[in-house]
Design a protein around this ligand. Structure first.
Ligand SMILES: Cc1cc2nc3c(=O)[nH]c(=O)nc-3n(C[C@H](O)[C@H](O)[C@H](O)COP(=O)(O)OP(=O)(O)OC[C@H]3O[C@@H](n4cnc5c(N)ncnc54)[C@H](O)[C@@H]3O)c2cc1C
Length: 289
Protein backbone atom coordinates (compact mmCIF):
# COMPACT_ATOMS: atom_id res chain seq x y z
CA UNK A 1 0.00 0.00 0.00
CA UNK A 2 1.03 3.63 -0.42
CA UNK A 3 0.46 6.46 2.07
CA UNK A 4 -2.64 8.61 1.69
CA UNK A 5 -1.78 12.02 0.20
CA UNK A 6 -0.28 14.58 2.58
CA UNK A 7 1.28 18.05 2.43
CA UNK A 8 4.99 18.06 3.32
CA UNK A 9 6.83 20.81 5.21
CA UNK A 10 10.56 20.77 5.98
CA UNK A 11 11.15 23.77 8.25
CA UNK A 12 14.65 24.98 9.19
CA UNK A 13 13.96 26.08 12.78
CA UNK A 14 12.00 24.90 15.82
CA UNK A 15 9.99 28.14 15.69
CA UNK A 16 8.84 27.23 12.18
CA UNK A 17 8.01 23.68 13.33
CA UNK A 18 5.76 24.91 16.12
CA UNK A 19 4.11 27.43 13.76
CA UNK A 20 3.21 24.61 11.36
CA UNK A 21 1.94 22.44 14.26
CA UNK A 22 -0.13 25.34 15.63
CA UNK A 23 -1.67 25.90 12.18
CA UNK A 24 -2.58 22.27 11.50
CA UNK A 25 -3.24 20.81 15.00
CA UNK A 26 -4.44 17.20 14.97
CA UNK A 27 -4.03 17.01 11.17
CA UNK A 28 -0.23 17.26 11.43
CA UNK A 29 2.42 14.69 12.34
CA UNK A 30 6.08 15.29 13.11
CA UNK A 31 8.54 13.13 11.13
CA UNK A 32 11.86 12.25 12.81
CA UNK A 33 13.61 8.99 11.79
CA UNK A 34 10.45 7.71 10.11
CA UNK A 35 11.09 4.12 11.29
CA UNK A 36 7.68 3.90 12.94
CA UNK A 37 5.78 6.66 11.18
CA UNK A 38 6.59 5.62 7.59
CA UNK A 39 5.30 2.03 8.04
CA UNK A 40 2.17 3.43 9.69
CA UNK A 41 1.64 5.79 6.74
CA UNK A 42 2.24 3.01 4.23
CA UNK A 43 -0.28 0.76 6.00
CA UNK A 44 -2.65 3.74 6.34
CA UNK A 45 -2.75 3.25 10.11
CA UNK A 46 -1.90 6.98 10.23
CA UNK A 47 -3.37 9.41 7.68
CA UNK A 48 -2.11 12.88 8.64
CA UNK A 49 -2.96 15.67 6.20
CA UNK A 50 0.39 17.34 6.93
CA UNK A 51 3.88 16.02 7.68
CA UNK A 52 6.33 18.34 9.45
CA UNK A 53 9.83 16.94 8.86
CA UNK A 54 12.35 17.75 11.62
CA UNK A 55 15.42 16.57 9.70
CA UNK A 56 16.52 19.96 8.37
CA UNK A 57 16.12 21.78 11.68
CA UNK A 58 19.56 22.77 12.99
CA UNK A 59 20.72 22.25 16.57
CA UNK A 60 18.60 19.20 17.39
CA UNK A 61 21.44 16.68 17.32
CA UNK A 62 23.31 17.85 20.42
CA UNK A 63 24.48 15.30 23.00
CA UNK A 64 25.46 16.78 26.35
CA UNK A 65 26.11 15.30 29.78
CA UNK A 66 25.46 17.82 32.54
CA UNK A 67 27.32 17.91 35.86
CA UNK A 68 24.35 16.42 37.68
CA UNK A 69 24.75 13.18 35.69
CA UNK A 70 21.90 13.93 33.29
CA UNK A 71 22.31 13.05 29.61
CA UNK A 72 20.63 15.62 27.34
CA UNK A 73 19.81 14.31 23.87
CA UNK A 74 18.48 16.59 21.13
CA UNK A 75 15.42 15.36 19.26
CA UNK A 76 17.42 14.28 16.18
CA UNK A 77 20.06 12.21 18.00
CA UNK A 78 19.95 8.82 16.29
CA UNK A 79 19.70 5.62 18.31
CA UNK A 80 22.87 4.24 16.71
CA UNK A 81 24.88 7.32 17.69
CA UNK A 82 24.29 6.63 21.38
CA UNK A 83 24.75 2.89 20.99
CA UNK A 84 28.18 3.45 19.39
CA UNK A 85 29.28 6.33 21.61
CA UNK A 86 32.57 5.02 22.97
CA UNK A 87 32.25 6.75 26.33
CA UNK A 88 28.53 6.18 26.84
CA UNK A 89 28.26 6.88 30.54
CA UNK A 90 25.40 4.40 30.90
CA UNK A 91 26.14 0.91 29.57
CA UNK A 92 22.51 -0.07 30.07
CA UNK A 93 21.50 2.53 27.47
CA UNK A 94 23.80 0.85 24.92
CA UNK A 95 22.56 -2.58 25.98
CA UNK A 96 18.95 -1.48 25.46
CA UNK A 97 19.68 0.10 22.08
CA UNK A 98 21.35 -3.04 20.75
CA UNK A 99 17.98 -4.79 21.10
CA UNK A 100 16.01 -2.15 19.14
CA UNK A 101 15.22 -3.57 15.69
CA UNK A 102 18.29 -3.79 13.43
CA UNK A 103 21.29 -1.58 12.67
CA UNK A 104 19.62 0.11 9.68
CA UNK A 105 16.62 1.05 11.82
CA UNK A 106 18.78 2.42 14.64
CA UNK A 107 20.92 4.38 12.17
CA UNK A 108 17.90 6.40 11.11
CA UNK A 109 15.58 6.10 14.14
CA UNK A 110 15.90 8.76 16.83
CA UNK A 111 15.97 8.28 20.58
CA UNK A 112 13.28 10.95 21.02
CA UNK A 113 11.15 9.35 18.30
CA UNK A 114 11.11 6.04 20.16
CA UNK A 115 10.39 7.72 23.51
CA UNK A 116 7.56 9.72 21.90
CA UNK A 117 6.10 6.93 19.78
CA UNK A 118 5.28 5.18 23.10
CA UNK A 119 5.11 1.62 21.82
CA UNK A 120 4.34 -0.46 24.94
CA UNK A 121 6.69 -3.22 23.69
CA UNK A 122 9.61 -0.84 23.00
CA UNK A 123 12.82 -0.78 25.01
CA UNK A 124 13.53 2.97 25.27
CA UNK A 125 10.23 4.14 26.78
CA UNK A 126 10.62 1.54 29.56
CA UNK A 127 14.22 2.55 30.24
CA UNK A 128 13.11 6.20 30.18
CA UNK A 129 10.47 5.33 32.80
CA UNK A 130 12.99 3.38 34.91
CA UNK A 131 15.40 6.34 34.97
CA UNK A 132 12.65 8.95 35.54
CA UNK A 133 13.51 10.67 32.25
CA UNK A 134 12.02 13.97 31.18
CA UNK A 135 11.00 15.26 27.75
CA UNK A 136 11.31 18.92 26.85
CA UNK A 137 8.37 19.94 24.64
CA UNK A 138 8.06 23.20 22.70
CA UNK A 139 4.97 24.92 21.32
CA UNK A 140 4.06 28.50 20.43
CA UNK A 141 3.15 28.91 24.12
CA UNK A 142 6.75 28.17 25.15
CA UNK A 143 8.59 25.22 26.63
CA UNK A 144 7.49 22.69 29.26
CA UNK A 145 9.02 19.57 30.74
CA UNK A 146 7.05 16.34 31.10
CA UNK A 147 8.35 13.56 33.39
CA UNK A 148 8.11 10.00 32.10
CA UNK A 149 5.61 9.24 34.87
CA UNK A 150 3.19 11.72 33.22
CA UNK A 151 4.12 11.09 29.59
CA UNK A 152 2.71 7.64 28.91
CA UNK A 153 -1.09 7.42 28.89
CA UNK A 154 -1.79 4.44 26.61
CA UNK A 155 -0.50 2.41 23.67
CA UNK A 156 1.14 4.83 21.19
CA UNK A 157 -0.38 7.67 23.21
CA UNK A 158 1.36 10.34 25.27
CA UNK A 159 0.32 13.49 27.11
CA UNK A 160 2.01 15.64 24.43
CA UNK A 161 -0.39 18.06 22.75
CA UNK A 162 -0.70 18.05 18.96
CA UNK A 163 0.86 21.54 18.80
CA UNK A 164 3.98 20.38 20.69
CA UNK A 165 7.29 19.01 19.42
CA UNK A 166 9.83 17.26 21.64
CA UNK A 167 13.13 19.11 21.34
CA UNK A 168 15.13 17.14 23.92
CA UNK A 169 15.00 14.03 26.08
CA UNK A 170 16.79 14.07 29.44
CA UNK A 171 18.12 10.85 30.96
CA UNK A 172 19.16 11.02 34.65
CA UNK A 173 21.91 8.42 34.65
CA UNK A 174 22.41 6.04 37.57
CA UNK A 175 25.48 6.74 39.74
CA UNK A 176 28.68 4.93 38.77
CA UNK A 177 28.38 2.50 41.69
CA UNK A 178 24.84 1.45 40.70
CA UNK A 179 24.28 -1.98 39.16
CA UNK A 180 21.95 -2.69 36.27
CA UNK A 181 20.25 -5.61 34.63
CA UNK A 182 18.26 -5.93 31.42
CA UNK A 183 16.55 -8.98 29.99
CA UNK A 184 13.96 -9.48 27.30
CA UNK A 185 12.32 -12.32 25.40
CA UNK A 186 11.59 -11.94 21.69
CA UNK A 187 10.88 -14.56 19.07
CA UNK A 188 13.82 -13.44 16.91
CA UNK A 189 16.61 -10.92 17.39
CA UNK A 190 15.31 -7.54 16.20
CA UNK A 191 11.66 -8.33 16.86
CA UNK A 192 9.73 -6.31 19.38
CA UNK A 193 9.98 -8.04 22.76
CA UNK A 194 7.17 -10.15 24.17
CA UNK A 195 8.32 -9.13 27.66
CA UNK A 196 11.29 -7.12 28.91
CA UNK A 197 12.64 -5.78 32.22
CA UNK A 198 15.14 -3.14 33.33
CA UNK A 199 16.49 -3.04 36.89
CA UNK A 200 18.84 -0.53 38.52
CA UNK A 201 20.01 -0.90 42.13
CA UNK A 202 22.31 0.80 44.59
CA UNK A 203 23.80 -1.10 47.53
CA UNK A 204 25.66 -0.25 50.68
CA UNK A 205 27.01 -2.53 53.44
CA UNK A 206 25.23 -5.59 52.10
CA UNK A 207 21.82 -3.88 51.94
CA UNK A 208 19.87 -2.48 49.01
CA UNK A 209 19.55 1.30 49.22
CA UNK A 210 17.18 1.78 46.30
CA UNK A 211 15.87 -0.14 43.30
CA UNK A 212 14.10 0.80 40.10
CA UNK A 213 12.31 -1.76 37.98
CA UNK A 214 10.46 -1.09 34.73
CA UNK A 215 8.80 -3.69 32.51
CA UNK A 216 7.60 -3.55 28.92
CA UNK A 217 5.37 -5.68 26.71
CA UNK A 218 3.10 -6.34 29.70
CA UNK A 219 0.60 -3.48 29.61
CA UNK A 220 -0.59 -0.47 27.62
CA UNK A 221 2.40 1.63 28.77
CA UNK A 222 5.80 0.94 30.36
CA UNK A 223 5.16 -0.34 33.90
CA UNK A 224 7.16 0.67 36.98
CA UNK A 225 7.07 -2.11 39.59
CA UNK A 226 6.62 0.21 42.57
CA UNK A 227 5.64 -2.47 45.13
CA UNK A 228 8.66 -4.55 44.21
CA UNK A 229 10.92 -1.48 44.41
CA UNK A 230 9.62 -0.71 47.91
CA UNK A 231 10.13 -4.30 49.05
CA UNK A 232 13.79 -4.09 48.04
CA UNK A 233 14.60 -0.79 49.78
CA UNK A 234 16.58 -1.66 52.92
CA UNK A 235 16.49 -5.43 52.26
CA UNK A 236 19.58 -7.63 52.64
CA UNK A 237 21.14 -8.52 49.30
CA UNK A 238 20.18 -12.10 48.53
CA UNK A 239 17.95 -14.57 46.75
CA UNK A 240 15.03 -14.05 49.14
CA UNK A 241 14.73 -10.31 48.42
CA UNK A 242 15.08 -10.95 44.68
CA UNK A 243 12.43 -13.68 44.68
CA UNK A 244 9.95 -11.61 46.71
CA UNK A 245 10.42 -8.57 44.47
CA UNK A 246 10.01 -10.59 41.28
CA UNK A 247 6.77 -12.10 42.61
CA UNK A 248 5.42 -8.66 43.56
CA UNK A 249 6.39 -7.23 40.16
CA UNK A 250 4.56 -10.02 38.30
CA UNK A 251 1.51 -10.00 40.61
CA UNK A 252 0.92 -6.30 39.88
CA UNK A 253 0.75 -6.86 36.11
CA UNK A 254 -2.44 -7.18 34.08
CA UNK A 255 -1.24 -7.93 30.55
CA UNK A 256 -3.48 -8.75 27.61
CA UNK A 257 -3.41 -12.02 25.72
CA UNK A 258 -2.77 -11.58 22.01
CA UNK A 259 -1.63 -13.43 18.92
CA UNK A 260 1.94 -13.59 20.22
CA UNK A 261 1.52 -14.66 23.86
CA UNK A 262 -1.09 -15.31 26.52
CA UNK A 263 -1.46 -13.06 29.57
CA UNK A 264 -0.42 -16.02 31.77
CA UNK A 265 2.79 -16.51 29.76
CA UNK A 266 3.67 -12.81 29.90
CA UNK A 267 3.24 -12.72 33.70
CA UNK A 268 5.28 -15.89 34.17
CA UNK A 269 8.09 -14.61 31.95
CA UNK A 270 7.98 -11.19 33.62
CA UNK A 271 8.65 -12.85 36.99
CA UNK A 272 11.60 -14.87 35.69
CA UNK A 273 13.11 -11.91 33.80
CA UNK A 274 12.75 -9.64 36.84
CA UNK A 275 14.65 -12.21 38.92
CA UNK A 276 17.40 -12.33 36.30
CA UNK A 277 17.59 -8.55 35.88
CA UNK A 278 17.81 -8.03 39.65
CA UNK A 279 20.42 -10.76 40.02
CA UNK A 280 22.59 -9.09 37.35
CA UNK A 281 22.02 -5.64 38.81
CA UNK A 282 23.04 -6.75 42.30
CA UNK A 283 26.14 -8.52 41.05
CA UNK A 284 27.18 -5.40 39.09
CA UNK A 285 26.50 -2.98 41.98
CA UNK A 286 29.52 -1.83 43.92
CA UNK A 287 28.89 -1.11 47.57
CA UNK A 288 29.07 2.67 48.09
CA UNK A 289 30.50 2.25 51.61
C1 LIG B 1 11.35 -3.54 11.28
C2 LIG B 1 11.33 -2.64 12.50
C3 LIG B 1 11.66 -3.21 13.73
C4 LIG B 1 11.65 -2.41 14.87
N1 LIG B 1 11.96 -2.99 16.07
C5 LIG B 1 11.94 -2.25 17.18
C6 LIG B 1 12.25 -2.84 18.45
O1 LIG B 1 12.57 -4.03 18.56
N2 LIG B 1 12.19 -2.04 19.55
C7 LIG B 1 11.84 -0.73 19.45
O2 LIG B 1 11.82 -0.05 20.49
N3 LIG B 1 11.58 -0.13 18.28
C8 LIG B 1 11.61 -0.86 17.14
N4 LIG B 1 11.33 -0.26 15.96
C9 LIG B 1 10.92 1.18 15.92
C10 LIG B 1 12.14 2.11 15.90
O3 LIG B 1 12.82 2.09 17.14
C11 LIG B 1 11.75 3.58 15.61
O4 LIG B 1 12.94 4.25 15.26
C12 LIG B 1 11.15 4.38 16.73
O5 LIG B 1 10.01 3.72 17.26
C13 LIG B 1 10.65 5.75 16.25
O6 LIG B 1 11.70 6.67 16.07
P1 LIG B 1 11.79 7.53 14.76
O7 LIG B 1 12.82 8.57 14.97
O8 LIG B 1 11.97 6.62 13.62
O9 LIG B 1 10.35 8.27 14.76
P2 LIG B 1 9.26 8.46 13.61
O10 LIG B 1 8.93 7.15 12.99
O11 LIG B 1 9.65 9.57 12.70
O12 LIG B 1 8.03 8.96 14.51
C14 LIG B 1 7.34 8.07 15.36
C15 LIG B 1 6.22 8.84 16.09
O13 LIG B 1 6.78 9.74 17.04
C16 LIG B 1 6.42 11.11 16.70
N5 LIG B 1 7.63 11.92 16.91
C17 LIG B 1 8.90 11.59 16.53
N6 LIG B 1 9.75 12.52 16.95
C18 LIG B 1 9.01 13.47 17.58
C19 LIG B 1 9.33 14.70 18.22
N7 LIG B 1 10.59 15.12 18.32
N8 LIG B 1 8.33 15.42 18.78
C20 LIG B 1 7.04 14.98 18.72
N9 LIG B 1 6.67 13.82 18.12
C21 LIG B 1 7.65 13.08 17.56
C22 LIG B 1 5.98 11.07 15.24
O14 LIG B 1 5.06 12.10 14.96
C23 LIG B 1 5.35 9.69 15.16
O15 LIG B 1 4.04 9.72 15.68
C24 LIG B 1 11.33 -1.02 14.78
C25 LIG B 1 11.05 -0.45 13.53
C26 LIG B 1 11.05 -1.24 12.40
C27 LIG B 1 10.73 -0.62 11.07
Amino acid sequence: MKPAPFAYHDPRSVDEVVDRLAEHGDDAKVLAGGQSLMPMLALRLARPAVIVDLNRVGGLDDVRASDGGVLHLGALVRQRAIERWATTPAPLLSAALRMVGHVAIRTRGTVAGSVTHADPAAELPALFAALDGVVVARSRQGERTIPASELYVGPLTTSLRSDEVVVETRWPLPPAHAGWGFHEVARRHGDFALVGVFAVVTVSSGRIDAARIALFGVGPTPVRARDAEQSLAGAAVGAEAIGDAARLAADALDPDSDLHASAWYRKRVARTLTERALTDALSRARSSR
